[in-house]
Design a protein around this ligand. Structure first.
Ligand SMILES: *[C@@H]1O[C@H](CO)[C@@H](O)[C@H](O)[C@H]1NC(C)=O
Ligand SMILES: *[C@@H]1O[C@H](CO)[C@@H](O)[C@H](O)[C@H]1NC(C)=O
Length: 466
């Protein structure tokens, strides 16, 4: 497990390296075998009130058979400066893996192609929604302060040529949904895609929007406009999603993890005698939180949404994080016996600067259970809870849970081995690791001091220290 510690130190080192030059366009660095590549999405052009929700096909992505360790992103302007959420609200970005038939040219950017055309196959994550939520990576306003690294010895395996159907090649697509709220009459309303503020009565596909649909993605599609204060002037500008991918070359010692995304709006029902038919995982993605009634005004205005689903396959939970919108107060995933698999809480900003914008969720806490300590068994019924404050109404909110699960390997490697049972061993390993590093530092320090002292004594100086 000292590899884990190493990785943390390494990430820190890389992070420090990254901050040196934020303005260059695309860079690659390598440190102890962990490669890091920084890319920019195609240009996103926005002006006050406008919405961009575009799909960018065949985006820049690391090549080869690799294990992804980290995927970070943020919105930057043309000078490479971070753009705060109160100017450009990052509703979401998602990165989808797909296979494209060789020789078929697809424009780099256009609308949603739809899935499963013959020349285009989405290689979705491991579930569990039937349509949608197929992404490998993706977050929303919480992007800047959500930790996403995959600890050693695990990795998200991609680019394995053996998995690609003959005649196809692996590609990646990026969907970015951003709302320019500069000068907005009602910033929160714009970010919650309230239909009245967008003045739309028909959705993107020209279907009528029912009056009881007060807000959500159907009202803030690409090229729509949220109401801006009268007379407000703001420049049209070009922005980018800057994304940083950290990865290592694939190696048989890496343990692959599966990605699952659970959605609290999933309409799936456990089949029983009254409904014996197989239920679908119809994930509606968004929901509405009504404000608590005046009668309850003094009560704890918490809106709790809960679902139970059967987990398709089991394994060790390696990482977990929820996705919520403004108003969110926490989310948790429980096992069949009630144990907490992961609880993820929002981090709200408190200032103005990017990464700390007041009123926005700027991060979600994530879970790194000691590998082997939190397992989900195949077919286990898990319960997802998503809490929001209902002190006011919130439209178009979400309650997703992203999990990385390692399947129990038929031949457990030493890492997995050391973590079963009580797990004390792991803590010990870490402690030994820390002690070892600390010990070496002490030794080096002592040696230096000893040497200096010797030198000083030889030179006739009095030792000032020690
Ligand atoms: C809202 O849309 C209607 C037509 O769909 C248009 O006539 C009206 O001017 C719009 N209102 C605003 C404030 O933009
Ligand atoms: C959600 O809210 C319920 C009811 O207030 C509370 O019991 C539960 O602990 C909350 N869970 C999380 C994860 O915030």
């Amino acid at each position: 497990m000292s590899r884990c510690l190493n990785y943390q130190l390494l990430s820190l080192a890389l992070l420090l390296l990254m901050t040196v030059d934020p303005s260059s366009q695309s860079r690659s660095t390598e440190e102890n075998g962990v490669k890091s590549a920084v890319f920019l999405s195609p240009k996103i052009v926005l002006e006050p009130g406008s919405v961009s929700n575009k799909f960018y096909y065949n985006i820049d992505f690391p090549k080869g058979h690799i294990a992804i360790k980290n995927f970070d992103a943020e919105v930057v302007d043309e000078a490479g400066n971070s753009v705060p959420l109160h100017e450009t609200y990052l509703h979401h970005w998602v990165v989808v893996r797909y296979y494209r038939q060789k020789g078929v040219e697809v424009a780099k950017y256009h609308g949603n192609l739809g899935f499963h055309q013959s020349d285009f196959i989405v290689k979705r994550n491991s579930g569990i929604c039937d349509g949608g939520l197929t992404q490998y990576f993706g977050l929303g306003s919480e992007t800047r302060k959500t930790i996403t690294y995959v600890p050693d010895p695990y990795g998200i395996e991609v680019g394995n040529p053996a998995e690609v159907p003959p005649g196809y090649e692996e590609r990646w697509l990026l969907n970015v949904h951003a709302i320019d709220t500069r000068g907005a009459e009602d910033r929160l309303g714009c970010t919650e895609c309230r239909c009245d503020l967008y003045n739309v009565t028909k959705d993107e596909y020209d279907r009528n929007i029912e009056p009881d649909y007060v807000g959500g993605l159907r009202c803030c599609y690409d090229e729509t406009r949220c109401r801006v204060k009268e007379g407000f002037q703001g420049a049209r500008r070009s922005l980018y999603l800057k994304y940083t991918v950290k990865y290592i070359d694939w190696d048989p010692s890496i343990v692959p993890v599966k990605i699952y995304i659970l959605d609290v709006t999933d309409t799936w029902k456990k089949p029983d005698k009254s409904t014996p038919t197989v239920s679908r995982h119809h994930c509606k993605i968004e929901y509405l939180v009504e404000s608590c009634s005046a009668a309850e005004a003094n009560a704890d205005c918490t809106h709790t949404k809960k679902i139970s689903v059967t987990f398709p396959s089991g394994g060790d939970v390696i990482y977990g994080v929820a996705h919520q919108h403004t108003g969110g107060t926490g989310s948790a995933l429980h096992g069949e016996d009630g144990r907490v698999i992961c609880s993820s809480l929002p981090i709200y900003g408190e200032g103005k600067e990017p990464g700390n914008e007041a009123g926005y969720i700027v991060g979600m806490s994530s879970c790194y259970p000691r590998p082997g300590s939190i397992k989900i068994s195949e077919g286990e019924t898990v319960t997802l809870i998503s809490n929001y404050s209902s002190a006011q109404r919130h439209t178009g909110v979400m309650g997703l849970f992203y999990l990385l699960v390692a399947e129990p390997s038929p031949t457990p490697n030493s890492f997995l081995h050391s973590t079963d049972g009580t797990g004390e061993i792991v803590i010990l390993h870490n402690a030994v690791g820390v002690l070892a590093v600390f010990g070496i530092a002490l030794l080096v320090g002592a040696a230096v001091i000893y040497q200096r002292r010797n030198q000083r004594e030889e030179e006739g100086y009095e030792s000032v220290l020690m």
